[in-house]
Design a protein around this ligand. Structure first.
Ligand SMILES: Nc1nc2c(ncn2[C@@H]2O[C@H](COP(=O)(O)OP(=O)(O)OP(=O)(O)O)[C@@H](O)[C@H]2O)c(=O)[nH]1
Ligand SMILES: [Mg+2]
Length: 575
């Protein structure tokens, strides 16, 4: 790898790509949080880490963040001695962020190196983009950004504030004597602490005399929350001037501190390094969570897929069972068979010679071609109904299993047709059955070697023997021992068996029947697989990949390795 591909910069870009591509479409408990974490993390890489690493020496960005009404806009305005960002009594006031910087730094911020996803607007109130305002009173090297409120009742404000804070080299946490104990800002402070983001606290609007009580308390709280030692600036409550600004004197300590930062490249670099390194280090645990959640998605897809396979395997077994238990050999099929061979005579003739059955069958067939067609049709329609039923049961069972899975319900709701059989099931089942019947006739024809009947009885004999073989496939017990108690259907089966055995021999008949049975099951299985494929297509359509988790872990590991090999340095781009 060379150039931009190598080192930390390249590793971060590849992690960003992996984060952008990972999907959490299945409704699992951690999915929504993972989706937003992936988005926020990829966003921070784009908005801040990747461009910042490419230019560690670029001006430092200090973001004023905090609750609505804390006085962020007023503070920023006061630092630049002009009402650049609207401050007001309406809550929340600031919606579009305003960035102020020395004119010599304006190009860097205007060119959208940082926060490239945020458009740039030309004027205050010119939309939700970032307004970059050059102001000569600021020192070059440090820019200030007035952000919307972090705990906003407005979702958009909150999201934007989080995006801006994630792009901050330094967070100026603005709070007041009244609100400093609020919960939400502390959650964000914890996140900043965990990431190692550089933070300064501005305790604003402290009423006269309250300083002695409030300041130590906040100092104590900061220490308890692992933020002891962060710089803190206390501003007394005061009257604003005619432009709504705090007095020059009130903001002097903060201004002095910021100027100091601006003057010292080393101090600035230390702040940037702290924040960048903390943010890069925080990528590892964040990505580990995202990878685990990606694994959960892949596992859910696998579980849902397995339940589908299970349902269709059960259906295939049921078809196998249904063929063996004589279910097929009743109704129209039985009636047509009996009509064909002449029931009464057949039952009476059970003890008679095989040859007589054969003659009877053959003459029935050769003399009356129609009944064989009717039997073939009866078998065909009965099998189609049977296969349709198996497919319908499988669809229902697979859907029930999905309904019982946390992520399955949503997929079913999005694809309601799944719970029923697929389109054209009867036409497809019909094709399966016809193919099978054709195959059975081929079996008989092949077995006869073309010499035994083809010449003599032509197609009728093949048809008749093929039918006997089909009947045998559907027999309650494939081969009924002579002398056993025989039911009506089974009795007729014996006739088919005897005729076939007389012609082909016992072993061949067994083999042929088994072949025909296997062939039928294989063909039905093919159709059931088509049916199951509808469910699998939905799973595929989620875009969940079994590799997502590993890909994220590998990308995070590469970032970690690059970070250790190439510590974030002050000068020049890393990597
Ligand atoms: N008297 C007095 N009023 C202040 C002070 N600081 C801010 N205010 C007023 O408090 C209100 C809120 O101040 P803003 O600066 O708009 O607060 P903000 O933090 O930017 O609020 P959002 O933009 O909604 O997040 C405004 O009406 C300010 O004029 C102060 O120190 N003294
Ligand atoms: Mg504001």
């Amino acid at each position: 790898m060379t150039g931009a591909d190598a080192g930390l910069g390249g590793a971060l870009t590849r992690l960003r790509d992996a984060l952008t591509e990972v999907r959490y479409p299945l409704v699992l408990p951690g999915a929504a949080a993972a989706t937003s974490l992936a988005k926020a993390t990829a966003g921070q890489l784009d908005d801040y880490l990747i461009p910042r690493l490419a230019r560690l020496d670029a001006p430092l960005l200090a973001v004023a963040g905090g609750s609505t009404g804390a006085g962020k806009s007023t503070l920023v305005n006061s630092l630049v001695r002009a009402p650049v960002s609207v401050a007001g009594a309406r809550r929340p006031t600031t919606r579009a962020p305003v960035l102020v910087c020395h004119p010599s730094d304006a190009a860097w911020f205007s060119e959208a190196n940082l926060l490239p996803r945020l458009g740039r607007t030309g004027s205050a109130g010119g939309g939700i983009g970032l307004l970059v305002m050059p102001v000569a009173v600021l020192s070059p090297g440090v820019a200030l950004l007035d952000s919307p409120d972090i705990d906003s009742v407005e979702e958009d404000n909150r999201a934007l504030a989080e995006q801006l804070l994630a792009a901050a080299d330094l967070w100026l946490f603005v709070t007041t004597a009244v609100r400093y104990a609020d919960a939400v800002p502390w959650e964000l402070l914890h996140a900043a602490r965990d990431r190692g983001t550089a933070v300064s606290i501005i305790l604003n609007r402290v009423p006269p005399g309250a300083d002695a009580e409030v300041t130590p308390h906040l100092t104590e709280m900061l220490a308890e929350h692992g933020l002891g030692g962060v710089p803190m600036f206390v501003l007394d409550e005061q009257r604003l001037d005619q432009h709504g600004l705090l007095s020059e004197q009130a903001v002097a300590p903060l201004r002095e501190w910021l100027d100091e930062l601006a003057r010292s490249a080393a101090a600035r670099a230390a702040v940037v390094r702290q924040t960048v390194d903390g943010a890069v280090a925080a990528l590892t645990p964040a990505t580990a969570r995202l990878a685990a959640e990606a694994d959960a998605q892949a596992e859910a897809v696998a579980a849902l897929g397995a339940s589908v396979d299970n349902a269709y395997r059960e259906a295939a077994n049921a078809v196998d069972q249904g063929i063996r238990d004589g279910t097929m050999f009743r109704g129209e099929v039985l009636a047509r068979w009996q009509e064909l061979v002449g029931t009464g005579e057949f039952m009476r003739g059970l003890q008679a010679k095989v040859g007589r059955w054969r003659d009877q069958l053959v003459s029935a067939v050769t003399g009356r071609p129609r009944p064989t067609d009717q039997l073939i049709t009866a078998i065909e329609s009965q099998l189609v109904v049977f296969v349709h039923g198996a497919a319908a049961d499988a669809a229902e069972h697979a859907a029930a299993a999905w309904r019982a899975h946390p992520a399955g319900g949503g997929l079913l709701a999005a694809h309601p047709g799944l719970a029923r059989v697929g389109p054209d099931i009867d036409a497809r089942a019909d094709r399966v059955v016809r193919d099978w019947q054709r195959g059975v006739l081929d079996l008989v024809r092949d077995e006869s070697g073309g010499k035994l009947f083809a010449a003599k009885f032509s197609a009728y004999a093949v048809n008749a023997l093929g039918l006997c073989l089909m009947i045998l496939v559907f027999a309650a017990t494939a081969f009924i021992p002579t002398g056993a108690e025989i039911a009506v259907g089974a009795g007729a089966t014996v006739a088919a068996q005897k005729v076939l055995e007389a012609i082909f021999g016992d072993d061949a008949v067994r083999r042929l029947a088994e072949r025909a049975r296997q062939d039928f099951l294989a063909k039905v299985d093919g159709l059931l697989q088509q049916e199951a494929a509808r469910f699998h297509a939905v799973l595929d359509g989620t875009g969940v990949s079994t590799q997502d988790g590993d890909r994220l872990r590998a990308a995070a590991a590469a970032v970690d390795t690059a970070r250790r090999a190439d510590p974030i340095s002050q000068d020049g781009a890393a990597g």
